[in-house]
Write a protein that binds this ligand. Structure first.
Ligand SMILES: Nc1ncnc2c1ncn2[C@@H]1O[C@H](COP(=O)(O)OP(=O)(O)OP(=O)(O)O)[C@@H](O)[C@H]1O
Ligand SMILES: [Mg+2]
Length: 588
């Protein structure tokens, strides 16, 4: 848009400039100057004629004219140098030609001036010289009178002829004068010397007039043919031709300017109409935008509200998931706690301590004759053996109960770990300790021990030599307990066939610790192989769909992965936990 405006403005300025460039004032100034030159040139020639006929007695006007002519020529040259001319070269050439003509004319005039001066001098003195001859004739002796009188007549003839010759020279007249003069000079020797001298002076003036008049006439002819006026006219013609062309061009550009201006006005009108329309459209769109904006602000506010609600909901959901996980994992362990507590309870209920109480009661009854009773009575004799049997049984019971209490303590510790682990989801850092992974598998089996026994599950262990590594013990244990529990559940509904879980521990690809749990249970359909890790996905009546989700999450948090494999329904399943060694720094 800006570029288009700039182009239009440039065209406008260009056309306007072209209409202004016909140079009217310069042309008229030059024409006036040329007229002045022509006038001066004519006056110059007139002054020459005046000098010739003797109207001008001195030559100052001729010199003044030349000075003025030269001044005007210089001015013309300077003016044309500063003006803009299409035909500058032709004008410069014309000016040079005029200058040369004036120079030529001035040289001729100078010659004319010197020859004319001599001529005018002789013409001025000729009558005086004739008078001198007349006076000398008057004073001659009688004898020379007749010859002198003839000579005087000849002198008067010559005076008249010379004066006429000076007014209108012709060759005939010149020849006549020359003949008359020769005749006069031929008779000189008979005249007295006084008359002869005067006649010689007179003759010299006549000869000078004859000679100079011819030269002056020739010079005048040359002066008048010097083409100064023609040169001035040529210059004038060049200027006027140039001016005519400029005027025509200017007229053309005026036409273009008119057309262009009309187009511009039309464009401006069109733009104005468009502007008015656009203004209306913009106003309408503006109003719509304002409405939309208000709507948007309202929606943003609603969104803010929804977002805060969502945040609160997400928080609650997160907390609920955490609580579910805790409950789920604690629930798993509580099974083991229950088994241990049941075992301790039944041991206590069937304890041999009752037998001991009865033996002590028997000994109290026979306190007075305890020696006889032990050695003579039949029951008394059996008492020592009986007591040592009870002592052995109690020792065994005590050992069993201590072992079970140890399990109980470990399970309770694990519950503490589970809680701590769930807290770690909320930002509390996990506890990393050196662990022998096979021990963890044993712990996990034991925590599921009661259920496994109930379902008559055989456990096969394929443990390779693996190093002790630093691990998040609680998380790994939680994963293993879940996997074993799922394997047991998968085989619960299977009738016939073996209920067997195979636990394998090894190092994969030299850099990963790998634990797999394989069962021979119901198997998994292919389309469910990934869905089973989704939160809430379950196919069990009593299931919640939390176990695998939390296990996969925990594996990822440790930099590892949990994957499932199954050849399909009824073909068992294998779950593999892989933990990269570089993420679990080897200890030994
Ligand atoms: N070893 C397995 N063999 C076959 N299917 C399995 C096995 N382990 C898990 N599944 C399938 O994956 C589903 C999800 O298991 P997950 O442990 O997440 O939940 P759940 O066992 O159903 O319930 P809970 O949340 O109480 O553990 C199970 O319902 C079952 O369909
Ligand atoms: Mg489960």
């Amino acid at each position: 848009m800006a570029a288009a405006t700039a182009i239009l403005m440039s065209v406008l300025v260009f056309l306007y400039d072209k209409t202004q460039s016909f140079g009217g004032p310069d042309y008229f100034e030059n024409v006036v100057l040329l007229r002045h030159l022509k006038q001066l040139d004519a006056e110059w020639e007139l002054d020459v004629m005046k000098s010739k006929v003797g109207i001008n007695t001195h030559y100052d006007p001729l010199a003044d004219s030349l000075i003025e002519l030269n001044r005007l020529l210089e001015k013309l040259k300077a003016d044309m140098g500063t003006q803009k001319h299409a035909d500058a070269a032709a004008l410069a050439e014309g000016h040079a030609a005029l200058f040369r003509a004036i120079q030529e004319k001035s040289v001729l005039i100078e010659q004319f001036k010197s020859n004319n001066a001599v001529l005018r001098n002789s013409l001025a003195f000729l009558p005086t010289a004739a008078t001198d001859v007349e006076q000398s004739v008057g004073q001659t002796s009688e004898s020379a009178q007749s010859a002198a009188r003839r000579a005087l007549i000849s002198v008067n003839k010559l005076l008249l002829a010379s004066l006429l010759y000076s007014q209108s020279a012709s060759d005939d007249k010149g020849s006549e004068i020359q003949a008359e003069l020769s005749q006069l000079e031929a008779g000189l020797h008979v005249l007295p010397s006084d008359v002869r001298e005067r006649l010689e002076i007179f003759g010299a003036h006549v000869r000078t007039i004859l000679r100079e008049q011819k030269v002056v006439n020739q010079l005048l002819g040359s002066i008048t043919v010097v083409p100064t006026a023609t040169r001035i006219d040529e210059l004038n013609n060049t200027l006027s031709a140039e001016q005519q062309r400029a005027t025509i061009q200017s007229g053309q550009y005026r036409g273009y300017l008119l057309i262009f201006s009309a187009v511009m006005v039309a464009l401006l009108l069109y733009a104005a109409i468009r502007l008015v329309r656009s203004h209306a459209v913009i106003n309408r769109v503006n109003e719509e935008l304002q409405d939309a904006n208000e709507n948007l602000e309202q929606r943003v506010q609603e969104l803010h509200q929804t977002q805060s609600e969502l945040v609160a909901t997400a928080r609650q959901a997160g907390m609920a998931e955490m609580a579910t996980n805790v409950l789920h994992n604690v629930g798993n362990i509580l099974n083991s706690v229950n088994v241990s507590a049941d075992l301790v309870g039944s041991t206590l209920r069937t304890s041999r301590t009752h037998g001991l109480t009865r033996a002590v009661q028997l000994m109290n009854e026979h306190a007075a004759d305890l020696g006889d009773f032990l050695t003579r009575d039949d029951k008394g004799k059996m008492l020592p053996d009986y007591l040592s049997g009870i002592a052995r049984a109690l020792t065994q019971e005590q050992q069993d109960m201590l072992k079970e209490l140890g399990h109980l303590t470990r399970s309770i510790d694990h519950i503490k770990d589970v809680v701590a682990t769930q807290q770690s989801y909320a930002g509390v850092s996990s506890i990393i300790v050196p662990v022998q992974i096979c021990d963890l598998v044993e712990d996990a089996l034991r925590m599921n021990g009661g259920a496994l026994a109930r379902h008559q599950v055989t456990v096969v262990k394929e443990f390779a030599q693996v190093p002790v590594v630093r691990l998040d013990r609680a998380r790994v244990l939680q994963i293993l307990v879940n996997l074993i529990s799922n394997a047991k559940n998968a085989m619960a509904g299977m009738t016939g066939g073996s209920h067997r879980i195979t636990l394998r521990v090894d190092v994969a690809a030299g850099s990963s610790l790998r634990v797999s749990v394989r069962d021979e249970g119901e198997g998994i359909m292919e389309e469910n192989l990934t869905r089973i890790f989704a939160h809430g996905f379950t196919t069990r009546k009593a299931g919640h769909g939390f176990g695998l989700h939390s296990c996969a999450l925990a594996a990822r948090q440790m930099g590892g992965a949990l994957t499932a494999l199954s050849d399909g329904p009824g073909k068992g399943a294998t779950f593999t936990l892989v933990l990269p060694i570089d993420a679990v720094q080897a200890e030994s």
